[in-house]
Design a protein around this ligand. Structure first.
Ligand SMILES: NC(=O)c1ccc[n+]([C@@H]2O[C@H](COP(=O)([O-])OP(=O)(O)OC[C@H]3O[C@@H](n4cnc5c(N)ncnc54)[C@H](O)[C@@H]3O)[C@@H](O)[C@H]2O)c1
Length: 397
């Protein structure tokens, strides 16, 4: 992955360079070495979509929810000025888009517009739009190029580290999934101007995660002025998003490179430190977060569930004797400064525990990402049931 900062996104704060950023480079994600792709962060970037599409692509399907209509017009106008045909495809907002019926509708639209395997898809919207449009690009005539133009803080901080694109089915969320590497990612910070503050703050849970896993300067930045960073139009947003993308990409690259030299499984109940699949480290906090989302019927914001899940992961590492109390408290301090939740009802434990297995079982064994210290992720294999419960009692309300 090549990481670019658009000239319009030059550092604006004195805190912009307190810690050297991890070097950009080729990224290997999920055990597969992926070809590099550009990630651009800045403002006024609608023209970058056309630039990343390349010369060959003539027809572009522009997938977006109704709320992004103005931004879609801007991107479409630029593409059309350069002689390209644009097919706007308005899809339902949020999770409603991640549906096989919507995908079939999009396939038929592409067919009627004569799309071939030489055309492309642009996803303008949050993570749900990215998932749907990613599925469309991956499945149209064997796969066509995909440009991601994320419009939420959560999607911008996730988009650069290629994950699976997924649809929901009645039996569960994200159960139909496949991998499709984007040809490029354009994070235009102007899009965040209309994002509700609560959605931005929820997205900041991803920033906290990157700070805990790899770049402590992110935590310093949040703690220095939580009110200011909670404003999506604030002066710190660019730095938070850019550093998060860099941290995640570097973590995925380093960890997956190490993976080639590491064993697959550690002994039960014991620790594994660096050298495992980076995707598992990036799943920090997700053991409990997924269970909370499941228990809430997916009506809770992902960032809120992740916030609770990261506190749980910290308490788990503490119970296992791996993370000291001071660092557990740091989790709470930074998350509570953003008014993100850090507790969950005591009576919910049995239900949450039952939801662990399908999400976290690795070859029949439970294992989850933990921290030994900020910036030092590792894995905990087959933690004892008493340990899992003891950690929960520390955050139970
Ligand atoms: N493909 C991936 O790599 C990936 C990664 C993480 C999460 N996801 C998925 O992403 C989804 C969550 O994504 P999300 O948190 O970005 O929310 P979302 O895509 O569900 O969008 C939430 C709401 O915000 C609106 N919205 C989006 N951008 C806006 C803007 N700039 N201004 C005003 N409103 C705007 C949307 O129309 C929608 O109503 C989940 O389904 C999750 O599974 C996908």
């Amino acid at each position: 992955m090549t990481f670019q900062t658009h000239p319009s996104a030059a550092p604006t704060t004195a805190a912009a360079t307190p810690t050297p950023l991890p070097a950009p480079g080729h990224t290997a994600v999920g055990g597969e070495v992926l070809a590099p792709y550009p990630v651009v962060v800045g403002t006024g970037l609608h023209e970058q979509v056309g630039a990343l599409l390349g010369e060959q692509v003539q027809r572009t399907a522009l997938v977006h929810p109704p709320k992004l209509a103005t931004a879609a017009h801007r991107i479409a106008g630029d593409l059309e000025r350069h002689g390209r045909y644009v097919l706007p495809l308005v899809v339902p907002a949020g999770e409603g888009a991640k549906d096989a019926g919507v995908l079939v509708y999009l396939w038929s639209q592409l067919a009627e517009a004569g799309f071939t395997r030489f055309d492309a898809v642009v996803a303008l919207g949050g993570g749900a739009t990215a998932d749907l449009a990613g599925f469309l690009a991956a499945t149209w005539q064997g796969g066509i190029p995909l440009i991601l133009a994320p419009s939420t803080t959560a999607a911008m901080t996730d988009a650069a580290v290629a994950g699976p694109v997924a649809l929901n089915i009645p039996q569960g969320k994200n159960l139909a999934a496949l991998t499709h590497r984007p040809a490029g990612v354009v994070c235009d910070l102007d899009l965040l101007a209309t994002l509700p503050r609560a959605d931005h703050v929820s997205g900041l849970a991803e920033v906290v995660k990157a700070g805990l896993l790899a770049d402590p300067a992110l935590l310093d930045l949040i703690e220095a002025d939580p009110r200011a960073v909670s404003d999506p139009a604030g002066e710190h947003t660019r730095e938070l998003i850019e550093r998060t993308i860099r941290a995640k990409a570097a973590l995925a690259t380093a960890a997956t490179e190490n993976h080639a030299h590491a064993g697959a499984d550690g002994p039960a109940g014991q620790e594994e430190r660096h050298g495992q699949d980076g995707r598992e480290f990036l799943g920090y906090g997700h053991l409990l977060a997924h269970a909370v989302e499941h228990a809430e019927g997916y009506r809770i914001r992902h960032g809120h569930a992740l916030s609770i899940g990261m506190v749980y992961a910290a308490e788990l590492a503490h119970q296992a004797g791996r993370l000291d109390a001071e660092h557990v408290q740091r989790h709470r301090t930074v998350l509570e400064a953003l008014h993100l939740p850090t507790g969950y009802p005591r009576h919910a434990w049995e239900r949450l525990r039952a939801a662990f297995a399908p999400h976290a079982a690795h070859r029949g064994r439970l294992r989850c990402a933990v921290l030994d210290a900020p910036g030092r992720p590792g894995l905990l294999c087959d933690p004892a049931p008493e340990l899992l419960h003891a950690a929960y009692t520390r955050l139970a309300t």
